[in-house]
Design a protein around this ligand. Sequence first.
Ligand SMILES: Cc1cc2nc3c(=O)[nH]c(=O)nc-3n(C[C@H](O)[C@H](O)[C@H](O)COP(=O)(O)O)c2cc1C
Length: 223
Amino acid sequence: MATATTLAAKPVIKVAALCGSLRKGSYNLGLLRSAIELSKGSVEGLQIEHVDISPLPFLNTDLEVQGTYPPAVEAFRAKIQEADGVLFASPEYNYSVTGPLKNAIDWASRPPNVWAGKAAAIVSAGGGFGGGRAQYHLRQIGVALNLHFINGPEFFLKAFQPPAKFDGDGNLIDEAAKQKLKENNDGDHEDVELDHGFARLFKATKAAEEKGYGVLVNSFYEL
Ligand SMILES: Cc1cc2nc3c(=O)[nH]c(=O)nc-3n(C[C@H](O)[C@H](O)[C@H](O)COP(=O)(O)O)c2cc1C
């Protein structure tokens, strides 16, 4: 017979996944697809949804009317607002985040700033540093947004070094990279200091918030 405990609703942890590249065959979008696939079943209740930033207009505060925003912006802001955490995947454009991603970030920062207090993680695929410089700029932007990035493990994929990491449609095909991405999601990292993964961080943050503790990041125990 089902008990009250087994009938209790399991918390759903919603993660908004944003890609900084608008390219159809984007490697970074491929990383997000893989992260979504690899995370299925790894953390109970985790739901990662790709939120497309391509419909957003260029930020122009003239488009704000009495505190309201264009429909595409309102829809985007609502997706961020309802998310418990954010997973970014962005290439590096001239050593920084891409223009489209910065535009999306800026729209969601307009009042009220819907990023505030959320947990976040970053993965990237790019050239020689695997998009690392974009990741570090994104972390800096996160300070202004009051967005809490997990410190590690870090995931940078050198997309152009052999063996091929992606197929022609931007799907991640390299098994070693997939394994590393899974560790990044779930924890079980060889470095015990970083043995959490973003999925568990999001879960712990939500549990802490439900208990009235506010955000809990980077160094935590599962509640
Ligand atoms: C405008 C522009 C600037 C770029 N600058 C960098 C850079 O600074 N560092 C780097 O590693 N790759 C750079 N790249 C290459 C991208 O990392 C590469 O095109 C990557 O595959 C794009 O990601 P995507 O496959 O998700 O679209 C640049 C590409 C563009 C279009």
